[in-house]
Design a protein around this ligand. Structure first.
Ligand code: ATR
Length: 297
């Protein structure tokens, strides 16, 4: 019998939360949520559900009918669930992607705790977005959400650097239009010497450096890193990416994406249960996640 089975006594009052996605086999979310439930003494279990693309509506309706208290949503359903929700949090609405559903009267309300989790993980490292000039590396799905977070959190100016300049420009235009601002600019990846002579916060949002291709960073020129004073890589596998190594060589404070993964879960649990999860428990779960995501480096 596992530790969890020994400690959770499932009865008629057990609340159920879960994850829908495809695939869900390698998720760390059960570790996060079931550990919290045990520590908090909450009668709650968290279960991953494999849901195919054409069954998203059925899954949401079924979850509501089965009285599920909350759901996480992962790839590829983060945008596909939106038409079936009762309400949407404003940040999630702008991003157009949700990863957390909270049961409300008549359905679920969608949130994007990937982004509130990123903000919280950065704050834990004393990295504050407000008032900062930010370089965002990448213009894919992850960077799109981060760009909205940066505007919501009142960054001073955001430079999206991307290999394909047209994608960076399209993202910058879209965020500026939707947020009624002009602070988001597009820059070609190799044109960083054109950036203003300032110190930047940098968020690495590309897939470059992700395990098993650990030996590259999206920009490898040491001159680029002299422009930064704090950085985050949203990759957590490997725990220290080449980007992070280059930051450290330049004396820059940098953290990986494991905190974001942890706090997207913490934020979701808090939304579902109206509880505050203390720092000691967060740190304990972080250590467990670090062990689980360790790779040979
Ligand atoms: P995600 O949804 O995880 O953000 P994505 O939408 O495929 O993934 O985006 C991947 C990002 O990594 C893009 O910004 C991509 O740049 P392009 O838009 O030019 O394709 C960037 N990326 C991937 N491989 C790269 C490489 N070898 N060099 C530079 N950028 C790269």
């Amino acid at each position: 019998m596992s530790e969890i089975e020994k400690m959770i006594e499932i009865d008629g009052k057990t609340k159920i939360c879960g994850l829908i996605g495809c695939p869900v086999e390698h998720t760390l979310s059960p570790l996060i949520h079931n550990t919290i439930a045990i520590h908090q003494g909450d009668n709650l279990v968290y279960v991953p559900f494999h849901v195919e693309r054409d069954r998203v509506e059925d899954a949401i309706k079924g979850a509501y009918a089965l009285n599920l208290k909350g759901l996480n949503v992962t790839v590829p359903h983060k945008s596909a669930v939106i038409p079936y929700l009762k309400e949407l949090d404003p940040l999630a609405e702008k991003i157009g992607a949700v990863n957390t559903l909270v049961r409300v009267d008549g359905g679920y309300k969608g949130y994007n705790t990937d982004m509130t989790g990123l903000k919280r993980a950065m704050e834990k490292e004393n990295i504050i977005i407000e008032g900062r000039d930010v370089i965002l590396l990448g213009a894919g799905g992850a960077s799109r959400a981060i760009a909205f977070l940066l505007v919501f959190q009142k960054a001073e100016c955001i430079y999206i650097l991307n290999r394909s300049l047209d994608k960076a420009q399209a993202l910058a235009d879209e965020v500026n239009r939707m947020m009624q601002t002009d602070i988001v600019k597009a820059v070609a990846l190799d044109a960083y010497s054109d950036l203003p002579d300032k110190k930047f916060l940098c968020i690495q949002g590309t897939s470059v450096g992700l395990y098993p291709n650990c030996d590259s960073a999206v920009i490898e020129d040491a001159v680029f890193y002299e422009k930064l004073d704090a950085a985050v890589d949203i990759i957590y596998k490997p725990a220290e990416t080449k980007f992070m190594k280059l930051c450290k060589s330049a004396g820059i404070k940098v953290c990986n994406g494991l905190g974001m993964l942890l706090y997207q879960g913490i934020d979701a649990y808090e939304l579902w249960n109206g509880e505050h999860i203390d720092d000691v428990l967060c740190d304990e779960i972080y250590k467990m996640m670090r062990e689980k995501t360790k790779v040979e480096e």
